[in-house]
Ligand binder design. Structure first.
Ligand code: DP6
Length: 321
């Protein structure tokens, strides 16, 4: 049996919409930071005798999740069954359930099992493709530091690459948990509705490529003011498209909006962009800032929540044994 650990990532330029639902090929490339092991998923993989078995957080996996195992068999050219168990570990109850960390850990554990027991060596590109088949954003969590998921056009060309190793990213994600409610629409269902019904989304598709170029360059040059500006603009753009969806998808709450106001207020007071907010398909706030400014970002949550995690950027998944 092989055990692997992986962590979630936070997207600075978001993935929201697929051009292929089965292969999970995204409409656009996305950029993220892989976070540290305060938030983590540990997955165990072994060969099974009878049929595939997959248990996620103590419950049987969704039917869709088993596609990952078929995909691995095809990729490795083997006909074996697998037994998978994965568990998510978060310091705060509720929020931040991460399928990204889960599938990255599963992909890593499967790759390690194939290498140890079958002598089959998969590349990091292949491991990223395996994770992608579980959940799109998971393909970014197989690498540490700053990562880009190249959208590509087909299964072969859609995978993640590292932009900057973790030592070269002097940023933290100050996460404030703002709700413990379950979201009404999963990302998977929500993004499908947006692609189908939002006119604004077509506008987003015209400009997101340019944003990727800017964010990529900003990360490499450590031009964090530009990066934070693009991060906020991209989160706003995605949430505007969500609101433009029929029926409208509103993932933010009053507290999220107050954090947006406070981040803008701090940046105005400082006379430069010292931090940037970003939100996924939920109200929890992520404030990205330079490590040295983590305490100032944390203060922005005063009176709103004391469930705060200051996550650094990590080196990505590893095999535990
Ligand atoms: C808003 O990766 O969870 O977090 O591919 O359908 O499993 P599926 O979706 P998922 O979507 C993540 C969307 C997001 C933005 C992002 O992480 O880029």
């Amino acid at each position: 049996m092989v055990t692997a650990i992986a962590t979630p990532n936070i997207a600075l330029v978001k993935y929201w919409g697929k051009k292929d639902e089965n292969l999970i090929i995204p409409m656009n490339s996305s950029i993220s930071l892989t976070l540290d092991e305060q938030l983590k998923c540990i997955a165990e993989a072994e060969f099974a005798n009878g049929k595939d078995e997959m248990v996620v957080n103590g419950k049987p996996a969704r039917v869709d999740d088993y596609r990952v195992l078929d995909y691995v068999r095809k990729l490795a050219g083997i006909d074996k069954r697998f037994k998978i168990k994965s568990d998510t570990w978060f310091p705060v109850a509720g929020g931040l359930a991460s399928s990204a960390a889960g599938f990255a850990a599963i992909a890593f554990a499967l790759a390690a099992l194939l290498e140890e027991e079958e002598g089959i060596e998969l590349s990091i590109k292949d491991i990223s493709r395996i994770a992608r088949m579980g959940s799109g954003s998971a393909c970014r969590s197989v690498l540490g530091g700053a990562v880009e998921w190249l959208a590509g056009t087909n299964d072969e060309t859609s995978y993640a690459v590292q932009l900057v190793p973790f030592e070269g990213v002097e940023l933290v994600d100050v996460i404030g948990i703002l709700s413990h409610e379950e979201k009404k629409f999963s990302s998977r269902a929500g993004m499908q509705m947006t692609v189908k019904t939002s006119k604004l989304y077509r506008e987003r598709m015209k400009t997101v490529g340019e944003r990727i170029e800017k964010a990529r360059a900003a990360l490499k040059e450590k031009d964090y003011e530009t990066l934070f500006a693009e991060t906020m603009a991209d989160s706003d753009s995605m949430h505007a498209c969500m609101m433009d969806t029929q029926p409208p998808l509103n993932y933010l709450n009053e507290k999220s909006l107050e954090i947006i106001r406070r981040v803008n207020g701090l940046n105005e007071k400082e006379g430069r962009i010292v931090c940037g907010y970003t939100f996924d398909a939920g109200p929890d706030a992520h404030i990205i800032t330079e490590s040295k400014n983590a305490a100032d970002a944390e203060k922005l949550f005063g009176g709103i929540t004391d469930e705060i995690i200051i996550a650094t950027v990590s080196c990505g998944p590893r095999v535990l044994g």
